[in-house]
Design a protein around this ligand. Structure first.
Ligand code: HEM
Length: 266
């Protein structure tokens, strides 16, 4: 019998006589009902949309204004403060505890240091929660209070993303904004407690799969993760709009060809 292989960006679906076996990047056998697989599959379209929105595309090309990067860091500070506050309150919840990794993952302190770098000692007086970020922050508090298992979706969406695409963004921002090689302003992207991003992501996925969740709850988590992607898009859209009102020099310092190379036909 022929085996049909359908490669995907994050997993390979192998069909054999109708029974679907899913292999991850390391050929580990996963079931389509494993939460990690349901989330990866169920948020693919949202991920594509996020990667392809104007703000993110500009960022990847190195077309990022310092003011927007600062505001983005500010938005993330409010998001992670809310998320980590709710996670702390629910850290012993049986449907969250296995993915509680404060030392490895939590970003609030790193973001506070980045804001201090960008805004100075009185950064706390200078920052505020933007209208585009508020619904995201409100939702995180709402789920933390009313349905804490949904924090799994919020954690997955942000931390797994930070450990993946986040590393590309770090390099682009460093180059485009000429930030110091010592990493100041970019602490958010630096996970000091994680040596292998790939290894940690595997551990995180297996811990998610060990959570005792019924099918309905898993579906709710996929929906909540898609909602979280939507909230991230709202933040990007707001930044993009603000960007149009700011006059600031940007330069193509992203991945791919620089202006100079294009001018020289490179
Ligand atoms: C996974 C890149 C934006 C959330 C990934 C992976 C890459 C990537 C290469 C695969 C990593 C792997 O297979 O281990 C990017 C790039 C982005 C971007 C270049 C644009 C700048 C985002 C955004 C979010 C996000 C905006 C959500 C806020 C995720 C999540 C995963 C992921 C949750 C894990 C998927 C899984 O394996 O279950 N990203 N990403 N990404 N990304 Fe992104």
């Amino acid at each position: 019998m022929e085996t049909e292989v359908t490669p995907g960006p994050k997993s390979n679906g192998v069909t054999n006589g109708g029974a679907r076996i899913v292999l991850d990047d390391d050929d580990e056998v996963l079931s389509p009902t494993d939460l990690s697989e349901m989330l990866a599959e169920g948020t693919k379209e949202s991920h594509d949309r996020a990667e392809n929105c104007q703000f993110v595309k500009d960022f990847l090309r190195g077309r990022i204004k310092r003011e927007l990067f600062k505001r983005g860091t500010m938005a993330l500070y409010y998001v992670y403060s809310a998320m980590e506050e709710e996670i702390e309150k629910n850290k012993d919840h049986p449907q969250f505890a296995p993915i509680y990794f404060p030392t490895e993952l939590h970003r609030r302190e790193a973001l506070a240091r980045d804001l201090e770098y960008f805004y100075g000692d009185d950064w706390q007086e200078q920052i505020s929660l933007s209208p585009g970020t508020k619904p995201y922050v409100d939702r995180i508090h709402e789920v933390g209070e009313k349905d804490p298992v949904l924090l799994v979706a919020h954690s997955y969406t942000r931390y797994m993303g930070d450990l993946s695409g986040g590393q590309i963004l770090k390099k682009v921002a460093q180059r485009a904004l000429k930030l110091p090689a010592t990493g100041e302003g970019l602490n958010f992207y630096q996970f000091e407690g994680i040596h292998s991003h790939k290894g940690f992501k595997q551990l995180y996925r297996s811990r998610m799969n060990e959570l005792e969740l019924d099918a309905e709850t898993k579906e709710k988590l996929v929906a909540e993760s898609n909602l979280a992607f939507g909230f991230n898009m709202m933040v990007f859209t707001e930044l993009e709009e603000i960007g149009k009102t700011i006059k600031e020099e940007v330069q193509d310092a992203g991945l791919g060809h620089s202006h100079a190379e294009i001018m020289q036909g490179g």
